[in-house]
Structure formats: C-alpha cells, structure tokens
Design a protein around this ligand. Sequence first.
Ligand SMILES: [Zn+2]
Length: 120
Amino acid sequence: MSHMTVERLHELFDENPEKEALAWNGECHDCKKPMSVSATPQADGIRIDGGSVYEPETNKFIIKCDACFLEDPVLRQYQDCEVYSRVVGYLRPVGQWNDAKQSEFEDRKLFDSSITPKVA
Ligand SMILES: [Zn+2]
C-alpha cells in the first residue's frame, strides 16, 4: 500500500521549512495503542523513529507501531465506508446528512428478520 516514500518526506520537509523534525501523534491503526512517529533529517537520509507512516490519500496520515508493522506491513481497512440510507424519501450517503438526521440515524435499530415472533 502507500508507504511514505523518501521523496514524499522531502516534500513534507519542503512544505514545512520551519520544522526540524516531523511527528505524527495518535494511535496505532492496528492495535490502537497511543504512539508517535517522528522523521528527522540526517546527513545520510531521513531517520524514522517510533513506527511507520502511511499516506493512503494526500495529507491523510495513518501510523502503525513497529510490532504491528512486523506482524502485517500492509495497511488494511483504512477507507471510510460510505453508507447510503433513506432520509426523507431519498437514498443519500449518511455522511452528507445534516447533524440532526445523522444523530437520528445512530438511533435507528436494525430489524432482525430471523427472529420469529412468539405466538401466545
Ligand atoms: Zn500497533
């Protein structure tokens, strides 16, 4: 998948000339432990500490700790899943609904058709 390339790191340093090091703080994508990754320019390249950085979309950064990277270096399940549902008569992506309707969507319950109603 899209590992951070050295070229992209140089680009980020060029975009942030005031920074001596870059850091990504957050949680590991896989194990959710809080962590941070830093990139520091050295004479012979850029030193990465703390884990791995992925950029599946421009400026969308995802970090993974070393342990999880060793287990599986591939970045999986990083895309937001667009859910369509019916809102006032139309099928629209839930992400585009207004806040009130999105909150109402959270309250919706799934109908389980496998449950047979008990007949007294
Ligand atoms: Zn991890």
